[in-house]
Design a protein around this ligand. Structure first.
Ligand SMILES: O=C(CO)COP(=O)(O)O
Length: 252
């Protein structure tokens, strides 16, 4: 059985004291279970401190983006070498907000996915359609292409280790969740696409998360679906208590 992976994406929120306080509380209270993994995706300035605070616990710390180069003249950027060096384990790549506001493309997501593996980081690759694409029945093609492009050139072992987050853009921060059946239909399509570009065994191992207005009240139903292996959560991951409830749902 695939593990459930619950990741809280704080986006551009919190000051240092709030970030530290959250992780201090979560490491004490996080449910001990082999069925679930808890990840906190925090802004760059807090990562080193949060890695220290989470040491020896079951909580993993993730970045929300990175550059694909190891170092160089890229003012304002952060490299995979830097993240690995401070003990970060995961990195969110290709979030729709980065695609929309910061010119992230399938090509840069693919380069970053390779860079993550080259430095021992686990990528959480985000894909998802706009409302217009959904209404034009383009969801499956669009999401399928995003997945294929992100995974291009990876070994089957690397594909198996990749976490894919399906986040329909119209459901992010809007309070509108995809119905669990609709979300599962796309997640199951993603698994089929992974199968096409790798092997059946690889596709069975890939963790596929759903994201978009996930909260304690709706996560359990989402996680009962066959191809939803976790959640990437924005708003409802900002309070420790709510994040802990989401992780708890993953243990069941
Ligand atoms: O974008 C998301 C997580 O990456 C989802 O955000 P919300 O949970 O706030 O809708």
């Amino acid at each position: 059985m695939r593990k459930k992976v619950i990741a809280g994406n704080w986006k551009m929120n919190k000051v240092l004291s709030e970030a530290n306080g959250f992780v201090e509380e979560v490491v004490i209270k996080v449910p001990k279970s082999d069925n679930v993994e808890a990840i906190v995706c925090a802004p760059f300035p807090y990562l080193a401190s949060l890695v220290e605070k989470s040491k020896g616990s079951d909580v993993k710390i993730s970045a929300q983006n990175m550059h694909f180069e190891d170092n160089g003249a890229f003012t304002g950027e952060v490299s995979p070498v830097m993240l690995k060096d401070i003990g970060v384990t995961h990195v969110v790549l290709g979030h729709s907000e980065r695609r929309e506001y910061f010119a992230e493309t399938d090509e840069t997501v693919n380069k970053k996915t390779h860079a993550a593996f080259n430095h021992g980081l686990t990528p959480i690759v985000c894909v998802g359609e706009t409302l217009e694409q959904r209404e034009a029945n383009e969801t499956m093609n669009h999401v399928g292409d995003q997945v294929k492009n992100a995974l291009e050139g990876l070994s089957n072992e690397q594909v198996a280790e990749t976490i894919i987050a399906y986040e329909p853009i119209w459901a992010i921060g809007t309070g509108k969740t995809a119905s669990s059946e609709d979300a599962n239909e796309v997640c199951s399509h993603i698994r089929n696409v992974v199968k096409e570009v790798s092997t059946v065994e690889t596709a069975e191992k890939v963790v596929i998360q759903y994201g978009g207005s996930v909260k304690p009240a709706n996560i359990e139903e989402l996680l009962t679906q066959s191809d939803i292996d976790g959640a990437l959560v924005g708003g409802a991951s900002l309070e420790a208590e709510s994040f802990l409830q989401l992780v708890e749902a993953g243990t069941k």
